[in-house]
Design a protein around this ligand. Structure first.
Ligand code: ADP
Ligand code: MG
Length: 527
């Protein structure tokens, strides 16, 4: 795939700067193809499915062409719903961050009309409105169309489905003929073509064609999630599947940086890869990933292009890709050389339509899955416990424990009941802790990343940080660099450990000695 550079599109400095701030790394195909025509003043029909970046495809040129000194209404964008009008207005506001003197206003039904009238009086150059409410304002003479130079129909098919045809025609008829008419739609039913015939001049038809795609045969799942819950769910999946090497895709550079920071704080070995990094930095990240010194690599599509690493166990679409071709490229990074691979996609709100599109065009099945609960993690942990038991039996040296067991057997209990009861006691304790945690997670506010543990030994016993790190690593396998701050006081020590490891550490360290001294270890603070 060639790179679709925003630089090719001859945008002004102000808009380019805003695009960089937002973090778009390259233009989407519909943006790359539409923007030059719109800037030339041509009418266009743009067809591309949901999530392909149509808003910026018309938003960027609309802002480029807006005149700051001219306080009249210049562009009218029609959207099917209030939600979309607000969303489009927000994206345009971000894109206009450095272009001063442009007023953008969403107007829609449901908001008090008086408030909108007041806002309109201040002079607005770009309006994003639902057809019904725009027509309302026109009838009240609070909105005049005679200065409009550009009209954009966003999601035209949906507007027609919702019965806005008459309103749209009413509005279009009132806009001077000397105007540019832009239409974007995911589908092109006859009714739309009728509209374009009647109201557009020689429109350029830009359609995103779908290539035949071969999708690797790997397990594909999606999860419907809230945006702010993504880091937590990602961590859970990595823990549950015990993933040693994963590739996580974000749509923006900013997204990469944010996620890397978040995962680092959670104690993972993670690094990021995006277009803003120097080649030497990128090479160093890649070589560490290849050597498996990083277990999670977070990347944008551009940066990950050409990456070929064996043994990637899972690919995460942290953001749904803009293009099904990207989807196929991304998930093709796992399941190499006949090995098993998994692809997980996080879906927020309306992105579910993109998943449907991707499935249709790639002719594969992406299976919906429930967000793994902490109870699922418990099941995995239980399996680990069973494994530990097998190991302990194999090792032997169980003399006095056997002695106690025999005592119970003499009393008439069976060894099966005794073993099962012991498991119930151990696991029961764990799941109580889990259910308490589950409550605090239910709203998925950011979980505390580290917890502080108290260890009953300190400076008076000549304890140094490396003794603490050493014994935690030995007992639990947690790598030293994942351990947080260590504070040593005269008689005790406080150590920060990743939240997800706290229970294991507490379990396995309560019977050990440090510097020859028996210790106790417990949580330092209640949350
Ligand atoms: P559509 O209208 O085609 O359904 P949107 O314009 O709503 O799609 O864009 C979907 C998402 O993609 C939005 O979150 C938007 O900010 C983001 N986006 C748009 N263009 C780009 C780009 N060039 N690079 C990365 N993300 C983009
Ligand atoms: Mg849209």
């Amino acid at each position: 795939m060639e790179k679709l550079k925003f630089e090719d599109l001859q945008l002004t400095k102000e808009i380019r700067k805003a695009i960089i701030d937002i973090g778009f790394e390259e233009a989407t195909p519909i943006q790359y193809q539409s923007i030059p025509y719109i800037l030339e003043g041509k009418d266009i029909i743009g067809q591309a499915q949901t999530g392909t970046g149509k808003t910026a495809a018309f938003g960027i040129p609309a802002l480029e062409m807006a005149e700051s000194e001219n306080k009249n209404l210049q562009s009218l964008i029609l959207c099917p719903t209030r939600e979309l009008a607000v969303q489009v207005a927000e994206e345009l506001k971000k894109l206009s961050k450095y272009k001063k003197g442009i007023e953008i206003l969403p107007i829609y039904g449901g908001q008090p009309i008086e408030r909108q009238i007041k806002a309109l009086k201040k002079g607005v150059q770009i309006i994003i409105g639902t057809p019904g409410r725009v027509k309302d304002h026109m009838n009240r003479q609070t909105l005049k169309m005679d200065t409009v130079k550009m009209v954009i129909l966003d999601e035209a098919d949906e507007m027609l489905d919702m019965g806005f045809r008459e309103d749209i025609e009413f509005i279009l008829k009132k806009i001077p003929m000397q105007r540019q008419t832009i239409l974007f739609s995911a589908t092109m039913p006859k009714a739309i073509l009728g509209l374009t015939k009647k109201y557009q001049k020689n429109p350029e038809f830009i359609k995103m064609v779908h290539k035949e795609l071969t999708v690797p045969r790997i397990e594909q799942y999606y999860f419907e999630v809230k945006e702010q819950a993504k880091p937590e769910i990602l961590s859970r999946l990595i823990d549950i599947y015990n993933l040693k090497l994963s590739l996580v895709f974000c749509n923006t550079k900013k997204g990469v940086d944010k996620l890397v920071e978040n995962l680092q704080a959670r104690g993972y070995l993670v690094d990021g890869l995006h277009g803003d990094m120097r080649q030497s930095q990128r090479d160093s990240v890649m070589s560490r990933f290849r050597k498996e010194a990083i277990e999670i690599l977070v990347a944008t599509d551009v940066a990950a292009r050409g990456i070929d690493v064996e043994n990637v166990e899972a690919v995460f679409n942290y953001d749904v890709p803009h293009d099904e071709e990207y989807y196929v490229h991304r998930i093709g990074r796992t399941g190499r050389a006949g090995k098993a691979g998994r692809a997980f996609t996080f879906v927020v709100g309306r992105e579910i339509y993109q998943i449907k599109d991707i499935q249709r065009y790639t002719k594969t099945k992406i299976i919906s899955q429930k967000i793994p609960s902490l109870t699922d993690i418990e099941e995995i942990k239980t399996n680990i416990l069973l494994e530990k038991i097998r190991g302990t039996v194999d090792e032997g040296h169980l003399g006095r424990y056997i002695h106690w067991t025999e005592k119970l057997i003499e009393e008439g209990y069976t060894s099966l009941d005794i073993a099962a009861s012991l498991l119930k006691i151990i696991i029961g304790e764990k799941s109580r802790e889990i259910s308490v945690q589950e409550e605090s997670f239910s709203d998925l506010e950011p979980a505390p990343k580290f917890v502080k543990l108290f260890i009953s030994i300190g400076r008076n016993q000549n304890v140094r940080a490396k003794d603490i790190v050493g014994s935690i690593s030995r007992e639990t396998g947690l790598q030293g660099k994942r351990i947080g701050a260590i504070e040593i006081f005269d008689t005790y020590t406080l150590v920060e450990v990743p939240r997800t490891y706290a229970d294991d550490i507490l379990d396995s360290m309560n019977t050990i000695k440090i510097k020859g001294k028996k210790i106790t270890i417990e949580r330092a603070m209640k949350k």
